[in-house]
Design a protein around this ligand. Structure first.
Ligand SMILES: Cc1cc2nc3c(=O)[nH]c(=O)nc-3n(C[C@H](O)[C@H](O)[C@H](O)COP(=O)(O)OP(=O)(O)OC[C@H]3O[C@@H](n4cnc5c(N)ncnc54)[C@H](O)[C@@H]3O)c2cc1C
Length: 322
């Protein structure tokens, strides 16, 4: 059996979990194994019907109300106890911060090896796999040999696909025994972000600004361009370090990984730590005064010019002034 961790918002599965489920189903199909899932919180029971579309036969629903919010050790201890009860061949989690954290705790609890950020996994008694290292700067080819293998699916690397045949998913309550020590770390409140519009990780168009933008006020023209293209604004770490943009906007190894149809990179040099965050973009348009900047080689389209002239011209052409 292959077990997949599903994160959800109010009973709707999150996109990275659907990506992980797609990988989990590939592994289950390749080894003729059943596909099961585990999810936390009272609302997770509602996932049953939706997960049937992805081929999940059984959803282990951990409905303990203390798990309505995130508690990494409690989630991990619950999964560890579920492993004891069901002995799966593998656990596949989304490549989110939570997915990585929880699986690492499971590995530590049951002395199991874990491969994070997998790109491709060939199932068998031993898994042959490739996975991202150093934020995606390197790809490692390796093997995972263990009775239960712990794997996370690199974000944005698998397209969520429903199964060819929908199955009737059974929702099975699972009640782990959890003492207070499992709740040493837990989320006690969630605050609304002041971020409006589409999030960076999901935007179809991203307009990024780097040190070349020159100051916080000059992001206005990037905002105008993003608005008229139905997108959102991001930034390089240099711009974030300058205090011009919040950390939420950072694209790259230590920021958000984006996968838009179009990434317009303005005044960004193209350092490897930035590029690993935008290599999922279908098209990159770079605007830079320096024709030798690294990003000019990596971009699909490049404009050699001052962004303070080029971006307003684009805005004019799109009818938005600026
Ligand atoms: C461990 C580690 C993790 C990191 N993680 C990240 C990360 O997640 N994301 C990230 O972005 N960086 C990250 N960095 C930093 C990264 O190495 C670079 O320093 C950073 O990306 C540079 O940002 P930049 O391109 O905006 O600035 P610069 O490298 O200074 O480039 C500015 C560019 O703007 C151009 N320019 C200047 N004026 C104009 C103008 N008027 N019009 C057009 N172009 C102009 C210049 O020609 C230049 O190419 C990380 C570094 C380390 C060591």
């Amino acid at each position: 059996m292959i077990l997949s961790l599903v994160e959800h918002a109010g009973g709707s599965p999150e996109e990275p979990s659907l990506e992980a489920l797609t990988l989990a189903r590939e592994l289950a199909t390749a080894t003729d194994a059943a596909l099961e899932a585990v999810a936390f919180g009272a609302e997770s029971a509602a996932l049953g019907e939706k997960l049937g579309d992805y081929g999940v036969e059984t959803l282990h629903h951990v409905g303990d109300e203390r798990l309505d919010t995130y508690a990494p050790e409690a989630w991990a201890e619950s999964i560890a106890q579920l492993l004891d009860a069901t002995d799966p061949d593998a656990v596949v989690a989304p490549g989110t911060d939570r997915g990585q954290e929880v699986l690492a705790h499971v590995g530590a609890r049951r002395d199991l090896p874990m491969a994070a950020n997998c790109l491709d996994v060939e199932a068998g008694d031993v898994y042959e796999l490739s996975r991202q290292r150093w934020g995606g700067s390197l790809v490692e080819h390796t093997r995972l040999d263990s009775d239960t293998k712990l794997v996370t699916a690199a974000e944005h690397e698998f397209s969520p696909e429903t199964a060819t045949e929908t199955v009737e998913s059974t929702v099975q309550p699972f009640e782990p025994s959890l003492d207070e020590s499992a709740f040493r770390v837990s989320v006690d409140r969630v605050e609304e972000s002041d971020e409006t519009g589409v999030s960076l990780g999901e935007a179809r168009v991203v307009v990024g600004g780097g040190r070349g933008v020159g100051g916080p006020e000059d992001y206005d023209k990037l905002e105008t361009l993003a608005d008229s293209l139905g997108g959102t604004v991001g930034a390089s770490r240099a711009a974030v370090n300058e205090g011009w943009r919040p950390h939420n906007d950072q694209i790259g190894q230590t920021g958000t990984k984006i996968s838009p149809d179009l990434y317009v990179a303005c005044g960004i040099s193209g350092a490897v730590q930035h590029m690993v965050g935008c290599k999922g973009a279908d098209n990159i348009l770079a605007i830079n005064t320096d024709p030798e900047a690294a990003i000019m080689q990596k971009a699909d389209y490049a404009v050699v010019g001052d962004l303070h002239e080029v971006v307003p011209e684009l805005n004019d052409a799109l009818g938005d002034g600026g």
